[in-house]
Structures are given as C-alpha cells and as structure tokens.
Write a protein that binds this ligand. Structure first.
Ligand SMILES: [Zn+2]
Length: 104
C-alpha cells in the first residue's frame, strides 16, 4: 500500500523514528515487556500499536522505504506475531480500522 500523498517528509521521518525508538526487548504490538502504562490498552489501540501501523505505511511490503530498514521492520513485526498471541490478536483487531483511517 502506498503512503498517503499528503504526508510530508517530516511526517515520514517521524513514523520511522517513533518505531525505531521502541526498545528491541519489547513487543511492537502489545504490552508485554512494555514500558507503556497498561491503562492505555483499555480503549482502542495503544500509541505503540499505532506507531507500528504507521511505520507499516513506509516500511511494509510494497513501500519505497530503505531496504535495510524495511527488512528490520518486517523482522520485528514477524518476530512479535510469531511468538506472542497478544500481538497477533492486536494486529488483527486494529489493522483494518487503521488502514481505513490511514487511507482517508
Ligand atoms: Zn506481544
């Protein structure tokens, strides 16, 4: 999927930096090992989940992101989804809503 045309270079850089700032010891799609307060999970996706989805728009399959960064991104998401049921649940629960929101 293409990045929204209205995004500026600054927006795109911020999406990458926010994702890169998630410690590698923590899951990208859930609260396991997370320094995020658990309370934010009560309603809707947490900021971390939104960060991971936004990064998908610049680093996911079919985007024009830097090859090495794209590989690292897909590796991290793949590791989380391959090892943690909560990450899988969050991915499927929020992905469709995010994609329709991002396409606006
Ligand atoms: Zn997880």
């Amino acid at each position: 999927m293409a990045a929204p045309n209205t995004a500026t270079q600054t927006d795109l850089a911020r999406r990458y930096e926010n994702f890169a700032a998630i410690p590698t010891t923590e899951h990208v799609m859930c609260s396991v090992n997370s320094s995020e307060p658990a309370a934010v999970y009560a309603e809707g996706p947490s900021p971390r989940i939104m960060t991971t989805f936004w990064a998908f728009t610049i680093l996911g399959p079919g985007t024009s992101g830097d090859g090495n960064s794209c590989r690292q991104y897909m590796q991290r998401v793949g590791d989380a989804l391959g090892s943690c049921q909560e990450c899988v649940t969050n991915w499927h629960r929020y992905r469709t809503a995010f994609l329709s929101k991002a396409a606006e």
